[in-house]
Design a protein around this ligand. Structure first.
Ligand SMILES: NC(=O)c1ccc[n+]([C@@H]2O[C@H](COP(=O)([O-])OP(=O)(O)OC[C@H]3O[C@@H](n4cnc5c(N)ncnc54)[C@H](O)[C@@H]3O)[C@@H](O)[C@H]2O)c1
Length: 272
């Protein structure tokens, strides 16, 4: 059985831990850490098989685990990513936006090769990355249109210099169109999805992002359009939010669980 350490005991971390505890992921959760002690304690309370709560995030990979699962924050990735690989553990990252910092990406990329370890990035809140990965070399355009309720866009840096009043939007309205590179700094809440697409496809300067506000929606919808010499692909993902953290889509949690289940299982692997 693989041994797993968990960094971050919030919405995603908790569901992963419960999936390990129930046997859905055939592994043992041995150690957990969260910057909030009460978050790690309340997670451990929910589990039949109790992991050890360590005193800091670096201690997770000093134990003989196979993989450290990050479900915390971009800062957590920047803080422990390299030491996890140096300690010869695999790493699964949910806060993928951290990798758009090119220096972090390069350090972790080199460390995977140097220490012969793998970083796993689940498809998160989107789908279709398997197809985009396959056609990467023949890809000529890649566009993601994200549609959310105006309240889900509130607080984004974009609105500091915009005349748009989100409270007055009464029909579907285009808020932004630009590159993924621009989008991730102006709409940090969209950062993981834009980062995943950029890293899979043609980079953050060629990937286009459109952000729409829809006052009548209760879903986060992502439409991905890819075109090139291979032909054309379109994916539409309509996500319901997780009840414990409305910023996180249910699909992001399920894709994290499936990535780990696959990591822990010897079986026929379906999909690219
Ligand atoms: N890849 C994707 O598609 C995708 C989708 C949703 C969320 N995410 C990302 O996954 C991460 C977790 O999401 P969530 O919904 O579980 O969030 P959450 O807020 O419910 O839980 C995060 C937990 O991590 C802890 N934490 C934060 N920074 C930490 C640090 N530096 N060290 C230790 N603990 C720390 C917090 O105390 C909290 O308990 C977030 O960064 C989020 O942006 C990715």
């Amino acid at each position: 059985m693989k041994k797993i350490a968990l960094l971050g005991c919030g919405a995603i971390g908790t569901q992963i831990a419960l999936a390990i505890d129930s046997g859905e992921i055939p592994a043992t959760l041995t150690h957990v850490y969260d910057g909030s002690k009460s978050a790690s304690e309340s997670l451990v309370e929910k589990l039949k098989n109790k992991p050890i709560i360590v005193e800091n995030s670096h201690l997770l990979s000093s134990h003989p685990v196979d993989i450290v699962v990050e479900a915390a924050s971009q800062d957590a990735v920047k803080d422990v990513g390299l030491s996890v690989l140096q300690n010869k553990r695999d790493l699964m990252i949910m806060s993928v936006g951290a990798l758009l910092d090119e220096s972090i990406y390069d350090i972790l990329y080199d460390a995977c090769r140097d220490f012969k370890k793998t970083i796993y990035l689940p498809s998160g809140a989107i789908a279709g990355l398997d197809g985009i990965k396959s056609v990467r070399k023949e890809l000529e355009s890649l566009l993601i249109t994200t549609t959310k309720h105006p309240r889900s866009l509130k607080g984004a840096k974009f609105f500091e210099n915009s005349k748009i009043d989100l409270d007055k939007i009464d029909s579907v309205t285009k808020i932004f169109e630009g590159t993924a590179k621009e989008a991730v700094s102006l709409f940090p809440a969209n950062i993981n999805v834009a980062a995943l697409l950029s890293l899979t496809g043609i980079g953050s300067e060629k990937t286009r992002v459109k952000i729409m506000a829809d006052p009548d929606t209760d879903k986060n919808t992502h439409q991905i359009e890819a075109a090139g010499r291979f032909g054309k692909m379109t994916f539409t993902i309509e996500n319901f939010p997780d009840p414990n953290n409305p910023k996180t889509s249910r699909l992001a949690i399920l894709s994290a669980i499936e990535t780990l289940r696959k990591y822990c299982t010897n079986e026929i692997q379906i999909g690219t």
